[in-house]
Design a protein around this ligand. Sequence first.
Ligand code: DKA
Length: 132
Amino acid sequence: VEEFAPGKWDLDTTDKFDDYMKALGVGMATRMIANKLKPRQEISVTDGEWNIKTSSTFKTSEVKFRIGEEFQETTADGRTVKTTVSVDGTKLIQDQQAEVPSKIVREFTKDGFTMTLTAKDVVCTRTYKRAP
Ligand code: DKA
């Protein structure tokens, strides 16, 4: 996955993101803004340290981590969660432990990735394509 993941990626399609945010308890005002955003994710890996920077006109958030090492993450909507990221082939699996746990899987190909975000019984799918 280290081979595919680095680079800049732009949101292409999104499905059930509003339901996902509802499951996490995100308020209506933030959801209305977040639903309209087209974030860019910039991913890099340096000496085993991963960095994923997600930027949009609303907010920019950044996570830095090593595979398999738990860290404290502050999500874009301001929750503090305990996160561990693992790798399975071309998938990056972000496990967030919190009051409402969530799992975020990014499956990469050379042209894009599919992000599957799960919370409670909601499965949201967002696709990103390589930025021009
Ligand atoms: C994405 O990067 C989605 C990230 C999900 C963040 C949780 C909810 C944020 C609400 C502002 O495409």
